[in-house]
Design a protein around this ligand. Structure first.
Ligand code: ATP
Length: 346
């Protein structure tokens, strides 16, 4: 029997509702499984924490996260950069992984999509190096290093080698960003030599945005830099249905953080109508990561069961309002737990 220490960051907007859904799921697995146990530590961060403690990431929250083996992070509002960027930097979470795929009975622009955006997570324009050169002009600096490009490329190619289609599309804009993106593609291509069974192609980011709408099935792994990956993964989430279904993982060598792709969605907060699937799928990604890190078959099987339960719940047309159903957040979550129970626990 293994006990995992999980920090659960509660966040803002729909964050508290989504966190409660995932909390209930974890408690249910903890109670019914004989091989998997969780110590769940809830932590406050974001706009609510800023009002309460005068800090978006209070020291007690930060130290609880540091003390955990992985973090489940629900959406944070206006203070997102003071939480997410700090955690990404501190834990060196170099890879941002965002899967997009179709599920049964979910209205979508495109069918048969199953792709993953592998986005560099520490550099690019997101380093935040901006200054006024005069009072009407801002200069923003973009960072691209060989080391970060190599790390994300290795991650992308390794991930591709575990998948059926075994294809990597390197997405960039090297015709304009001649030095930075040239360094990125050259490094990615150099890395590709270690993976001779992977099919490699290159694409400009503007062409990629069009292809995602016109012919998304051609993609398997999209390997790209931070800003392009942020935009492309939202597009990829939308063509497969709803942003309410899209999870993301922030992966480092020792620690990882899992979250929905979407933000705090203040327009629907507190109404019990948000779709918790994005966070449930983030939980699935966390189980997969913990399973591989600790070589634990039991938690890996639990991640497969979450995937099966998501397929099953949508096959049975059990859905929240955003994807054409009529269930509330917590009614959907309760049904999800029932389906998970039917699949059984080890
Ligand atoms: P950010 O700027 O941080 O991305 P945002 O609130 O502007 O945050 P999102 O929260 O990412 O934007 O999502 C945009 C809209 O999509 C929301 O306003 C909401 O209506 C809808 N939405 C987002 N997440 C969900 C969800 N889990 N369930 C249902 N609808 C959602």
């Amino acid at each position: 029997m293994t006990t995992y220490r999980i920090s659960l960051l509660v966040g803002d907007g729909i964050g508290p509702e989504l966190s409660e859904c995932v909390n209930r799921l974890l408690i249910n697995i903890h109670d019914k499984s004989s091989s998997l146990k969780f110590e769940i530590q809830k932590v406050e961060a974001g706009d609510n924490a800023l009002l309460k403690f005068n800090s978006a990431l209070p020291e007690t929250s930060f130290s609880t996260i540091k003390d955990s083996q992985a973090c489940l992070k629900s959406p944070v509002g206006e203070s997102a950069a003071d939480v997410v960027l700090v955690l990404r930097r501190y834990f060196k979470l170099f890879a941002n992984i965002r899967p997009s795929k179709n599920y049964p009975n979910i209205p979508a622009i495109s069918k048969n999509v199953d792709l993953i955006t592998v986005r560099e997570n520490t550099e690019d324009l997101y380093v935040g190096w901006e200054f006024f050169s005069d009072e009407d002009t801002v200069i923003s600096l973009r960072k691209t290093s060989r080391e970060a490009s190599r790390k994300i490329s290795e991650y992308g190619f390794k991930l591709a080698s575990k998948r059926a289609n075994k294809k990597v599309t390197i997405v960039h804009k090297s015709n304009v960003l001649r030095k930075s993106d040239r360094l990125f593609i050259d490094t990615a291509k150099e890395t590709s030599k270690q993976f001779p069974d992977i099919d490699v192609e290159e694409m400009y980011v503007d062409a990629c945005s069009m292809e995602l709408v016109r012919n998304p099935n051609r993609f398997d792994i999209i390997l790209t830099t931070n800003l392009f990956g942020d935009i492309i993964s939202d597009e990829a989430a939308q063509i497969t249905g709803s942003i309410g279904l899209a999870p993301a993982a922030n992966i480092g060598d020792k620690f990882a953080m899992f979250e929905p792709v979407h933000g705090a969605a203040f327009d629907i907060a507190g109404k019990n109508i948000a779709n918790p699937t994005s966070f449930i799928l983030a939980l699935k990604m966390m189980f997969e990561w913990l399973g591989e890190k600790y070589n634990d078959k039991s938690i890996l099987n639990q991640s497969i069961k979450i995937d099966k339960a998501v397929d099953k719940i949508f096959t049975n047309n059990i859905k929240t309002k955003d994807i054409g159903g009529n269930l509330s957040t917590f009614e959907f979550n309760k049904k999800f737990i029932e389906i998970l129970d039917q699949l059984g626990y080890e």
